[in-house]
Design a binder for this molecule. Structure first.
Ligand SMILES: NC(=O)c1ccc[n+]([C@@H]2O[C@H](COP(=O)([O-])OP(=O)(O)OC[C@H]3O[C@@H](n4cnc5c(N)ncnc54)[C@H](O)[C@@H]3O)[C@@H](O)[C@H]2O)c1
Length: 351
């Protein structure tokens, strides 16, 4: 059963290769998924998570690496798409983090630069510093160690511009004054986004499974809050998913009460068919691999292109313009917006 699922997932993926290992000392399973090197070496975050099974960890890496290929292409980055995933028990991670990261660094080094890692869920710039001492193939080390640090601010800024573009296209004006926006997940990206939206005059409603994060934003900015189970179905102008993937699906889409969706969470559509479901409901969807591409522009802009802060900000702002083109193409061709964005990204994948 597991072998079949492993083979099926790998065959359906269409990427280049997966490097994997099992660290017998810690029980950790590691997967580096290289989806495409058509534009250059693959790059993408390192995610550490307790999945239900190693095959689920690999599947997450496969899905996320495909999205990275599109994200790199849409940014015109000289990089391909990749993602790495470590599946380990949280208690073991806490006790043996250096050992696990050192094993990952050895796997990374064995690829000789075919893939570059970066922070993702449960990893940060400090971890990139640690890995860099063993393998130089990482982005986003801390500034003290010569890296560009956390991508959070620029990811949030890109999402903010995606929201402005969505407001312009779906609601007729960019001005967010008085617009109701639900931010689902107020961690690093969602929290920074809330601040930008409040400053722009939006009526923000926040939601998170960690109530302390909600309480903090309510007391700092006077925003409203909804329970996590109600976030997606709360009536609003724009829904900004900034928590987990797969929230837009055959079950949730009929219940949505928003005009547009623009958020940073990766892989928001559960299946490709959800793109058409949103179109049929008349809900404008800002494809996540565009709306969340500010983080890529941060790493690539500062570290490869040696851009200034102002240049990175300008590139991130251009994501809004890319989205307006995508929305117009989808409308003209009567397709979903994800399909239109994917077509644009794929046109940039030709060697
Ligand atoms: N950090 C980046 O630069 C970056 C770049 C691209 C995409 N993303 C994606 O954006 C999303 C947010 O990233 P982040 O760095 O802010 O992560 P984070 O872990 O800091 O924040 C996620 C937040 O979502 C909350 N959450 C989880 N499940 C929830 C639920 N069901 N309902 C409400 N809240 C829930 C968590 O408690 C947490 O506060 C993730 O999907 C991530 O993959 C992040």
């Amino acid at each position: 059963m597991t072998v079949d699922r492993y083979a099926e997932s790998l065959c359906a993926w269409g990427g280049e290769f997966v490097a994997s290992c099992h660290d017998a000392d810690t029980g950790a399973f590691m997967f580096i998924c290289v989806h495409s090197t058509a534009r250059g070496p693959a790059a993408g975050g390192l995610r550490i998570k307790a999945y239900d099974a190693p095959v689920s960890a690999m599947e997450d890496g496969l899905r996320l690496s495909s999205a990275m290929t599109l994200k790199m292409a849409i940014c015109d980055a000289p990089l391909g798409g990749g993602k790495s995933v470590i599946f380990v028990d949280p208690a073991v991670l806490e006790a043996q983090r250096p050992k696990i990261l050192a094993r990952f660094a050895a796997l990374l080094e064995s690829l000789h630069g075919t893939y570059y890692g970066a922070p993702d869920m449960n990893t940060g710039p400090d971890d990139m510093d640690f890995i860099y001492e063993r393998s130089r193939y990482v982005f986003c080390r801390t500034a003290e160690r010569g890296g560009s640090g956390s991508t959070t601010h620029h990811t949030a800024l890109g999402t903010f511009h995606a929201i402005l573009a969505s407001a312009e296209f779906a609601l007729g004006r960019r001005d967010l004054t008085g617009r109701s926006i639900v931010v689902q997940g107020v961690g690093g990206v969602g929290g920074a986004l809330v601040e930008m939206l409040v400053r722009a005059g939006a009526r923000v409603i926040v939601s998170d499974v960690v109530s302390a994060r909600v309480d903090d934003l309510v007391s700092r900015f006077g925003v409203a809050a909804v329970a996590p189970e109600d976030a997606v179905t709360t009536a609003c102008d724009i829904l900004a998913p900034c928590a987990t993937g797969g929230i837009l699906n055959a079950r949730s889409i009929p219940e949505l009460r928003c005009a547009a969706i623009a958020g940073a969470a990766n892989n928001q559509l559960e299946t490709p068919e959800d793109d058409a479901r949103l179109r049929d409901r008349g809900i404008l969807y800002a494809p996540d691999f565009v709306a969340s591409a500010g983080g890529v522009l941060h790493g690539v802009g500062f570290e490869l292109w040696k851009w200034s802060e102002a240049q990175v900000d300008q590139a991130v702002e251009r994501l809004g313009g890319i989205l307006l083109d995508v929305f117009a193409a989808a409308k003209a061709d009567k397709t979903g917006t994800r399909e239109a964005a994917e077509r644009l990204a794929r046109s940039k994948l030709v060697r």
